[in-house]
Design a binder for this molecule. Structure first.
Ligand SMILES: Nc1ncnc2c1ncn2[C@@H]1O[C@H](COP(=O)(O)OP(=O)(O)OP(=O)(O)O)[C@@H](O)[C@H]1O
Ligand SMILES: [Mg+2]
Length: 510
């Protein structure tokens, strides 16, 4: 890493209606460094990077590249300056192949596009950075991890040497994160610079050379990795200590609230994803599902909610078969769903916070008989209350949710799904993209629902989260339950074996 900044953002100011997203931020990026941007949900990280990438224009401030004042009016300008960005919610065309998606991003490609050539080059780039992809595959058939690798290769293909990665690891499995980190290390060694946004402090401490912490739209300062630890970072971000690892409340399990029996479900490609799987969850119990992503977790959750047809088997809630029940009926009988894809399934981007919260008509406390204008008033009041309770940072209850930061969008989903007195909750990656304060809040909220007697199915990527919340852990592999363990880190190795396909009864403990 050289000390000389290749990129300077100076006194950047950006206001949106009702929020000052970037308040006089200055930031210096050096050649060959990994520079982490940290900050709570809504602190202004994505906004700042959108300005650097030419998506937004600052109200004030300037950008210098190699000491020269540069105007970035559009992403094309940014690409010309060798700046590339993988967005927080990425944007590939699902029906196109990998190579076609890469071509789509090239403005100066000749009239006759040499797909074969691009395919070959992508493959080579992938091999060089150990980011395996299949250039001929259609994007809809790929896992999120693979989609992200394509986004990164696309940047490298355009020649970017300042790479902005906005929460890249939020959607990755631990193995994919390792893979990404080794690619990042290689890139910075070659002289590229990486701006890395993440809420996972351990990752930030592992990969970064320097760390800038944003708070309420301001840069609190840039620190060298050696100068900081977890605690100092948390204090800088949140302004206080965040209490972690409180005791799990002990709850006497009630009757079985949801039972899955011999369930078989197919994935989008028509292959068996959930294979003859059975499980049951009692009221007042959290069952955590551990497994490598792509082993049927998503399909299981979708089948229970009614988004995906089942091939064989049964799902019962409070003893009643859900088979021919519409999603609406399932919701009415107390089923809540926090899906992993908060953008396309869980929310309507052009509707307000209020309508997103009331979308399912599950929030209690409205007087149904009132005139519509009184109802709307009540809905706004209730929404404002939830905005406060869930600390959603939004200018108002009328703001369209497309303008919320990633973490705050997730909080809107949680507010809706957790405040309807659910009897069964399916929580798929409930804390993805949340800052650590918000994460702790969600843990408390889920534990609170458990105390009230909900049965909760938790599908999470991180074992830490599963241990933290669950009463029992089921390990899933290729759509089958390999076995159960108590929620304790001492079982990590055993879980690892089961995640790789070994059945509980064939593991010999000594
Ligand atoms: N296009 C927009 N219109 C209106 N407000 C916006 C827009 N984009 C961002 N904001 C607001 O600016 C603030 C900063 O948002 P930003 O997305 O930069 O946060 P962030 O630090 O990336 O948070 P997260 O960790 O949740 O992704 C938020 O209050 C957000 O609601
Ligand atoms: Mg963001």
């Amino acid at each position: 890493m050289d000390d000389y900044p290749i990129l300077e953002m100076k006194n950047i100011q950006k206001a949106f209606p009702g929020v000052l997203a970037n308040d006089n931020i200055s930031l210096e990026i050096r050649r060959g460094e990994v520079h982490a941007l940290l900050g709570e949900n809504g602190a202004g990280k994505t906004t700042l990077m959108n300005i650097l990438f030419g998506i937004y224009h600052p109200d004030h401030g300037e950008i210098l590249i190699n000491g020269k004042k540069t105007f970035i009016h559009s992403p094309q300008d940014a690409i010309n300056e060798k700046i590339g960005m993988v967005q927080q919610h990425f944007a590939l065309v699902p029906s196109f192949t990998v190579a076609e998606n890469v071509i789509l991003g090239l403005k100066n490609f000749g009239f006759i596009i040499k797909t074969k050539q691009v395919e070959q080059q992508i493959k080579e780039l992938g091999e060089r950075y150990s980011l395996p992809v299949r250039p001929k595959a259609r994007v809809w058939t790929l896992s999120v991890g693979e989609r992200q690798r394509i986004e990164i290769l696309k940047l490298l293909y355009t020649g970017a040497n300042i790479l902005i990665l906005d929460e890249p690891t939020a959607v990755l499995t631990p193995q994919e994160t390792r893979q990404l980190f080794s690619a990042i290390r290689k890139l910075v060694k070659e002289g590229s610079s990486v701006i890395f946004i993440s809420h996972k402090l351990d990752e930030v401490l592992e990969i970064s050379d320097r760390i800038s912490v944003l708070r309420n739209g301001k840069n609190t300062g840039t620190l060298n990795r050696e100068e900081v630890d977890r605690r100092t970072l948390v204090q800088r971000m949140v302004g206080r200590d965040v209490l972690m690892d409180q005791e799990k409340p002990k709850v006497e399990p009630g009757p079985v609230k949801i039972e899955v029996k011999d369930l078989t479900v197919k994935n989008d490609k028509g292959l068996t994803a959930v294979n003859n799987l059975s499980l049951e969850i009692h009221g007042g119990e959290i069952l955590g599902i551990a497994g490598v992503a792509g082993n049927g977790q998503k399909e299981l959750a979708e089948a229970i909610y009614g988004l995906r047809p089942i091939e064989t088997g049964k799902i019962q809630m409070a003893g009643e078969d859900l088979h021919h029940r519409s999603i609406k009926k399932r919701i009415q009988s107390g089923l809540s769903f926090i899906p992993q894809d908060r953008k396309s399934i869980a929310t309507c981007p052009n509707l307000s916070v209020m309508f997103n919260i009331f979308m399912k008509n599950t929030i209690p406390g409205l007087k149904k008989s009132s005139a519509w204008n009184i109802q709307i008033k009540q809905m706004h009041e209730k929404t404002r209350e939830l905005i406060r309770n869930f600390s959603i940072s939004t200018p108002s209850s009328k703001t369209r949710v497309r303008y919320l930061s990633g973490g705050n969008l997730q909080k809107v989903v949680l507010a809706r799904e957790l405040s309807s007195n659910p009897s069964v909750i399916i929580a798929e990656h409930p804390t993805r993209g949340l800052d650590i304060g918000a994460m702790e809040f969600v843990y408390q909220a889920l534990l609170e629902e458990k105390k009230k007697g909900s049965a909760i199915l938790l599908l999470a990527g991180e074992l830490y989260e599963i241990f933290r919340l669950s009463d029992r852990v089921a390990v899933i592999y290729e759509g089958e339950v390999m076995g159960y363990t108590p929620p304790d880190p001492s079982y990590t190795e055993k879980i690892g074996f089961m995640m790789a396909g070994t059945r509980e009864d064939s593991i010999h403990e000594n």
